[in-house]
Design a protein around this ligand. Structure first.
Ligand code: ZN
Length: 169
C-alpha cells in the first residue's frame, strides 16, 4: 500500500496541539508492531485519559475472525470497560492509521474529545482521504481531529508490511 503524506490538510486537521502527541503515538506504534508480529496489518491504538493510557488495541480481525476488530474498536472497548462508561468525553484516541468509516463512527458514538492519527489511508480513510465524516456537521459529534502525527513512521511500518507480503506471493 502506498501511504500518501502529501495530501492537502483539511481545515479541521490541525498540527499537533499537545506536546504529548508523539509520546502517545509511539505507544500506539508499539501495538502496531505487536499486531504485525501476529500476522495482522500493523495498526495500533491507545485511549488516553488524564495523562494515562486507559485502553490499548492492536489490529486483530484475522486472529479473532472478526471484521470489526480494528485497533480503534479494541482500544475503545477496553477504555469503556476500564472506566465503566460507554461514552468517553474526557478521552483522546491515538491511532497509527487514519480511521475507516466504521471506526470514525465508533469515535463519534464514544464522544471522544480528540482523535489523533498517524499515516493517512488513501484507500479507506474517513478523515479526509476518501471521505471526511468529521466535516459532516449533520452528524452529531464532539471530537476534534489532528492528523499526520509521526505519519512517516506509521506509514513506513505499513509500507514495509505490504512490501513483505507482496514478496511472499
Ligand atoms: Zn477501522
Amino acid at each position: 500500500m502506498k501511504v500518501r503524506t502529501e495530501t492537502p490538510v483539511p481545515y479541521h486537521v490541525a498540527k499537533p496541539l499537545s506536546a504529548d502527541d508523539e509520546r502517545w503515538m509511539r505507544e500506539a506504534l508499539a501495538l502496531a508492531r505487536d499486531a504485525q508480529a501476529r500476522g495482522e496489518v500493523p495498526v495500533g491504538a491507545v485511549v488516553v485519559c488524564d495523562g494515562k493510557i486507559v485502553g490499548r488495541g492492536g489490529n486483530a480481525p484475522i486472529e479473532r475472525n472478526d471484521p470489526t476488530a480494528h485497533a480503534e474498536i479494541t482500544a475503545l472497548r477496553a477504555a469503556a470497560a476500564a472506566l465503566g462508561n460507554y461514552r468517553l468525553p474526557a478521552c483522546d484516541l491515538y491511532v497509527t492509521l487514519e480511521p475507516c468509516a466504521m471506526c470514525a463512527g465508533a469515535v463519534m458514538h464514544t464522544r471522544l474529545s480528540r482523535l489523533v492519527f498517524g499515516a493517512r489511508d488513501p484507500k479507506t480513510g474517513a478523515c479526509g482521504s476518501v471521505i471526511d465524516l468529521f466535516a459532516e456537521h449533520r452528524l452529531n459529534h464532539h471530537t476534534s481531529v489532528t492528523g499526520e502525527v509521526l505519519a512517516a513512521e506509521c506509514g513506513a511500518l505499513l509500507s514495509a508490511f505490504f512490501a513483505a507480503r507482496r514478496a511472499e506471493t
